[in-house]
Design a protein around this ligand. Structure first.
Ligand SMILES: Nc1ncnc2c1ncn2[C@@H]1O[C@H](COP(=O)(O)OP(=O)(O)OP(=O)(O)O)[C@@H](O)[C@H]1O
Ligand SMILES: [Mg+2]
Length: 285
């Protein structure tokens, strides 16, 4: 179906729309190569490992989250592209993975044209929200965003409860971050009043490297408690895993990177409890 938008725009009739409202977290930073996909893949896997039902939504035309699970994108019959245009149901696009309780909604290359195609669509900022904000058989939906503040990322932010922002521990880490926080603020005001920053995650930390330590210190000074205690170390096993079609946590669960992502999932769930307790229940309103 990808790339062939039907006139009817019909979606599957067979899928039951049962379940509860999932929590939706986006992994976003318009800076490229900071660890968004690695975080989305391994956080999703770690949340599934601790018993949560998780759907990872690949919203990046590059499709690294999909190929990271060994999904062959050339043979997809439907993708997140079709979901955005109302031509496929997210539950039909979702594919089970080798990881129990974890499904992935893959992206296709057609998504690279979606930005332009969306411009003329009605409710162009709400397409993903219309598709995802409903009862589903998942506890968590994790969205892997592209490295841009384009309409795709906007769609993710409009349907998201909270944003996880990975920052690579290198010079210029903070560059462009004010743009991201301003965008989040604008989305909160215009479309999604409940949107929050869940946390800032330091990635690819190299403790032997002075610069890495300095950047981590600066980020903590600047953001304070918003920065997760968990730091993801630079670890070659983490970067090898996608070429085997596996999350690092499955590829080598004892490597430092995998352990850090499991730690992150626990920290995120703890923070979730605090955040959810402070929130007025959305569905009760
Ligand atoms: N902790 C880590 N240790 C070593 N390599 C890592 C680590 N995290 C990510 N990488 C590597 O860094 C590169 C960029 O990571 P990733 O693809 O997750 O970033 P991204 O922000 O999603 O990139 P893009 O902006 O292109 O979507 C990849 O080659 C990945 O394997
Ligand atoms: Mg990516």
């Amino acid at each position: 179906m990808s790339g062939q938008r039907s006139i009817t725009g019909s979606t599957s009739q067979a899928t039951p729309k049962t379940g509860k409202m999932p929590r939706i977290l986006s992994v976003a930073n318009q800076k490229g190569g900071v660890g968004k996909t690695t975080t989305a893949v391994n956080l999703s896997t770690a949340l599934a490992a601790v018993g949560k039902k998780v759907l990872l939504v690949d919203l990046d035309p590059q499709g690294n989250a999909s190929t990271g699970f060994g999904i062959r994108r050339a043979s997809l019959h439907a993708s997140t592209y079709d979901v955005l245009f109302g031509e496929a149901d997210i539950l039909d696009v979702a594919q089970e993975t080798k990881v129990p309780r974890l499904s992935v909604a893959p992206s296709s290359v057609h998504l690279s044209g979606a930005e332009i195609e969306l411009v003329t669509e009605e409710r162009r900022e709400f397409r993903l929200r219309d598709a995802l904000r409903r009862p589903m058989p998942y506890d968590y939906v994790i969205i892997d965003c592209p490295p841009s503040l384009n309409l795709l990322t906007l769609n993710a932010l409009v349907c998201t409860d909270s944003v996880v922002v990975p920052l690579q521990c290198e010079f210029f880490a903070l560059e462009g971050l004010s743009q991201l926080t301003k965008t989040i603020e604008r989305v909160r005001k215009a479309y999604n009043p409940d949107l929050s920053i869940h946390g800032v995650l330091l990635t690819m930390f190299d403790r032997r490297n002075n610069l890495s330590r300095m950047v981590a210190g600066d980020v903590r000074d600047y953001f304070g408690d918003v920065v997760y205690d968990t730091v993801i170390p630079r670890n070659v096993r983490v970067s090898e895993a996608p070429s085997h079609g596996l999350p690092a946590i499955v590829y080598d669960m004892n490597c430092p990177g995998a352990k850090a992502y499991i730690h992150l999932a626990r920290e995120i769930l703890k923070r979730e409890k605090v955040m959810l307790a402070a929130e007025t229940p959305r569905d009760a309103a």
